[in-house]
Design a binder for this molecule. Structure first.
Ligand SMILES: Cc1cc2nc3c(=O)[nH]c(=O)nc-3n(C[C@H](O)[C@H](O)[C@H](O)COP(=O)(O)OP(=O)(O)OC[C@H]3O[C@@H](n4cnc5c(N)ncnc54)[C@H](O)[C@@H]3O)c2cc1C
Length: 418
């Protein structure tokens, strides 16, 4: 359906990715009488980050203690596993090792372990090379963190279950319907919508409250409401390879590197998916379009906006070496294979088939710094999710709760939900 059934709602959520759906679901759970609409521009829900991720239910090891990521991920991991059990969604508890491949990485591995403990991650163990060989016989490494409860799921199935919950609670979800404008007058917000389903239509609806969860477009949505433009989304494309079916047995669960704390991504790794396939990667290169999943997908307007922004220029000047290496790996398979061989020496280019790709939405602040934590901002009668990278899928149920808690502080929800 591409057209809302009504012209007025109590609450509208933009974006039917896992964060938008989790938020709408939580609002309806707490306020069953609220008239809620979720608006999604694509034909199907979960079409972007939510439908292109690795499906890992992270445990919360990596994140700074006290950060929103740490708080929502540790609790989100527990809640996601409970929710999937309740809904009959398959989860596999494969477990994950984070491996140090040389002495230089040991202090960072130790710090990471301490972080995991400080965050309250259950079951973490520091293991030596011998135990690592028992868990992942083909992995290289001199020491590792073993996280036995790291699991995998298909987040598209989770998103579909959230959507089902929303509809069952009386909420409405429209697809092929794009938010084009936000106008705020007194206590009412007017939203311009464009329905791309033929016959196309344009129209307006009003709402008391608005939540935007636009992923790769989250800055544009927030700018529609207030053009502060102090935050910009940088789309980072990550390409994966898939291990040939006869080589999948090289990986039992997940094999991850010790991340470099200067960068927001975890580095190339191996992940056994819920389907049994094994993904290797991803790299991290600038995507030439916000939703540019292939090397040849270019949106010149979007690319120009990124390349000419002062914040991006600052970022590029700082990380040009790393960026150039990632670009090189993007085009030269042997360089990518070399990066993977550090963690699995016996892997060769012949073992790898081209795999899927994903684009990660990463917020960049005006000062040229990548925003590390989740960023959820309040406006008058509005909340904008401005940075929700990994582990937002894992943490989605708790992020939804956090958003409703924030709304309760400033929105008169009881007054409208009658
Ligand atoms: C390659 C990759 C691997 C990842 N791996 C993991 C992992 O293993 N575990 C984990 O926890 N997290 C992982 N993540 C992160 C996770 O997928 C995201 O954090 C999460 O999906 C974000 O959800 P979202 O709802 O904010 O964004 P999205 O899923 O991108 O949804 C945003 C939605 O908003 C819609 N939208 C945008 N603009 C408009 C508009 N104007 N009108 C209407 N609709 C609009 C879009 O079409 C989209 O559907 C990964 C991400 C990527 C890309």
């Amino acid at each position: 359906m591409s057209r809302p059934l009504s012209t007025h709602y109590d609450l509208v959520v933009i974006g039917a990715g896992i964060v938008g759906l989790a938020s709408a679901r939580e609002f309806l759970h707490r306020y069953p009488k609220l008239r809620v609409l979720v608006v999604e521009k694509e034909q199907q829900i979960a079409s972007h980050q939510t439908g292109h991720n690795s499906g890992v239910i992270h445990t919360g090891i990596y994140y700074a203690p006290g950060s929103l990521k740490a708080r929502t991920c540790v609790e989100g991991h527990r809640r996601m596993i409970e929710y999937c059990a309740e809904k009959g969604i398959r989860v596999e508890k494969y477990g994950k090792v984070i491996v140090a491949i040389n002495e230089n990485e040991l202090p960072r591995l130790d710090n990471l372990y301490q972080r995991g403990i400080a965050n309250g991650v259950q079951g973490l163990e520091m293991i030596g090379a011998e135990r690592l060989k028992e868990i992942e016989p083909h992995a290289a490494g001199i020491k590792a963190i073993w996280s036995p409860t790291t699991s995998v799921v298909n987040y598209k199935e989770v998103a579909a279950a959230y959507a089902e919950d929303i509809r069952a609670a009386g909420g409405e979800i429209v697809v092929e319907c794009k938010l084009t404008a936000i106008t705020q007058r007194e206590d009412q917000i007017t939203l311009g919508l464009y329905g791309s389903f033929a016959p196309h239509w344009e129209g307006e609806i009003t709402t008391h409250y608005l939540i935007t969860c636009g992923g790769l477009h989250s800055d544009l949505l927030a700018n529609m409401a207030s053009p502060e433009r102090d935050m910009q989304i940088i789309p980072f494309r990550g390409d994966y390879y898939l291990l040939k079916p006869e080589k999948r047995s090289l990986v039992n669960g997940m094999i991850y590197p010790v991340p470099d704390p200067r960068f927001p991504f975890l580095g190339v790794h191996f992940t056994r998916l819920i389907s049994g396939e094994v993904k290797a990667g991803p790299n991290a290169v600038l995507a030439f379009a916000r939703e540019g999943y292939g090397r040849k997908d270019v949106d010149f307007k979007e690319l120009r906006e990124i390349l000419t922004s002062t914040s991006f220029i600052r970022l590029a000047m700082k990380y040009w070496r790393m960026g150039a290496l990632e670009m090189y790996r993007d085009y030269v398979k042997s360089a990518y294979v070399k990066a993977l061989q550090q963690y699995m020496p016996e892997i060769t280019g012949d073992d790898l088939l081209p795999g899927p790709s994903g684009v990660r939405a990463q917020a960049l602040a005006k000062n040229g710094k990548l925003v590390d934590d989740f960023l959820i901002r309040q406006g008058k009668n509005m909340i904008h999710v401005q940075n929700a990278p990994s582990p937002a899928a894992t943490a989605s149920l708790v992020i939804g709760e956090h958003i409703v808690n924030e709304a309760q502080k400033n929105f008169a929800l009881e007054a409208v939900a009658v």
